[in-house]
Write a protein that binds this ligand. Structure first.
Ligand code: ZN
Length: 147
């Protein structure tokens, strides 16, 4: 350690050198709103496979039930069928079971869809093997754990 010009005052520890990195980064771009994903982007993110059965995905489910305007990527999951048929229909008629697998998220508990992992039977991050996937709003996803 080098002295800081005297350094006899032991009661006050040397202040750390000022660092400019503490300043919030400004890229010149306005802070983005949470981006809204399109249906096509969700099918692509999910490998065009239904999260539940692995067949070709045909629709996108809103995990938080009842708010079709919330199109954050973490709120959307690709499924086969539609609101009444296939796995999407299954989720609509088995909401409690769908919740245990992350395909549905309670709107009453104010849960964060980026933190509640989603079960995928065959996600691109875990080909051919069921896994729990964490979805982010920038359309990326992360393998949380194998199921
Ligand atoms: Zn399916």
């Amino acid at each position: 350690m080098t002295g800081r010009g005297g350094g006899s005052d032991r009661s006050s520890p040397a202040a750390p050198a000022p660092r400019r990195a503490a300043r919030p980064r400004r890229s010149g771009v306005a802070a983005p709103e949470t981006p809204q994903a399109t249906t096509g982007e969700i099918h692509q993110r999910d490998g065009h496979r239904c999260a539940r059965c692995g067949q070709r995905s045909q629709s996108v489910q809103h995990r938080i039930h009842g708010d079709r305007t919330d199109n954050r990527a973490s709120n959307l999951v690709a499924l086969c069928g539609d609101g009444t048929q296939g796995c999407h229909g299954w989720c609509e008629s088995h909401r409690r079971d769908a919740r245990t697998l992350g395909w549905e998220v309670s709107k009453y508990r104010r849960q964060d869809t980026t933190e509640i992992t989603v079960y995928y039977v065959n996600h691109p991050l875990s080909p051919g093997r069921p896994a729990w996937i964490r979805l982010r709003d920038d359309l990326t996803a992360e393998l949380a754990e194998y199921a």
